[in-house]
Design a binder for this molecule. Structure first.
Ligand code: 8YV
Length: 328
């Protein structure tokens, strides 16, 4: 007798092809109107589901997990970041957690490079000028940005995305520097032409562009604190496609307003979707709505990873993208 299909509750609308496959394989409950679930709906979901498929917009904290029913054995998150899930609390309840690393690396690195170019070359300012109808024609000193080629880029977090960014940056003539918990093997450093800084403080004080590419964990919360932001030279730019919480957004905003930093390109914010209104007023800041990994191909790949994780889990194997407590 075939076993009954597990109840898989999906909290947001996923690409059609992913949802269709989920309907074929599982007893899937989809969210057609794509409204993020309320706390009450999430409580109901964890009480009834065998498997929950949340996204970054769902807060799966210890108090929510305390409401979980006995059937909930797997949280197969749709996304690479896992800071919205209390991993130790899940482990404590013997709930396995998986994510979708690897498939959004290149898209996020592209977006990071795009932000570096956009801030340095004033892309969105120029676009706004044209659309405003105020553009009066070419001028030798109008819309001057700064050359990207030859500048120093400091990458904070040299995981998959940091390394994919380093490869692109090399092509744009940037000299690549990085800070990471662990130094990369020598051959990888050589391939990327990357200079390692054990001291983040020392690196920050010497770069022209800083890119945040580390995950948000308790250890990286406000890694770019007010004290560290003060180390960065006033002509430098910061870009962030990781998580807003890694930067003290209030202090960053103040520094940008006061000209202590030249500009910023931000795809993520500390209190998403809320954005500090003072950031929105600034011309030297490029703001994006957390779209670093937003490609059709990437979203389908992420969905396929979720399905593989669920399938291998229900078939009794360890899912390929199991998140370990030590990663957190
Ligand atoms: C995803 C992200 O789109 O995967 C991540 O960690 O930040 C995003 O790019 C989002 O998490 C989907 O849940």
């Amino acid at each position: 007798m075939p076993r009954s299909k597990p109840l898989v509750i999906v909290t947001r609308k996923l690409p059609d092809v992913v949802e269709t496959r989920m309907m074929e394989l599982f007893n899937a409950r989809l969210n057609d109107d794509d409204q993020p679930m309320t706390r009450e709906q999430l409580v109901e979901a964890v009480k009834t589901a065998d498997i929950l498929v949340p996204t970054v917009t769902d807060r799966i904290d210890a108090s929510l997990l305390a409401e979980a029913g006995p059937n909930l054995r797997l949280i197969a998150s749709f996304g690479a970041g896992i800071d919205h899930i209390d991993i130790p609390a899940a482990r404590g309840r013997d709930i396995t957690v998986t994510n979708t690393p690897g498939v959004l690396t290149e898209d996020t690195a592209d977006m990071t490079m795009a932000l570096i170019l956009a801030v340095g070359r004033r892309l969105t300012e120029g676009e706004r000028l044209v659309r405003s109808g105020q553009w009066t024609g070419w001028g030798p000193t109008s819309m001057l940005g700064h050359r990207i080629w030859g500048k120093r880029l400091g990458i904070i977090g040299m995981g998959r995305i940091g390394r994919a960014l380093a490869r692109r940056a090399k092509g744009f003539g940037l000299s690549v520097h990085y800070h990471n918990r662990r130094r990369l093997p020598e051959e990888v450093e050589q391939e990327l032409d990357a200079t390692y800084w054990e001291s983040l403080d020392q690196m920050l004080a010497r770069m022209d562009i800083i890119s945040v590419n580390c995950p948000h964990t308790p250890a990286t919360y406000h890694l770019l604190s007010a004290r560290r932001l003060a180390l960065i030279r006033p002509h430098a730019y910061i870009v962030n496609t990781s998580r807003g919480e890694v930067i003290d957004e209030k202090d960053l905003t103040r520094r940008l307003r006061e000209g202590q930093l030249a500009g910023a390109g931000l795809d993520v914010f500390e209190h998403e979707p809320a954005i500090n209104p003072k950031l929105i007023e600034l011309p030297n800041v490029v703001l994006l709505p957390h779209m670093g990994s937003a490609t059709i191909e990437g979203r389908i790949d992420m969905g396929e990873k979720v399905i593989v994780n669920i399938k291998s889990f229900i078939d009794g194997h360890s899912p390929p993208d199991r998140v370990l407590v030590e990663q957190f």
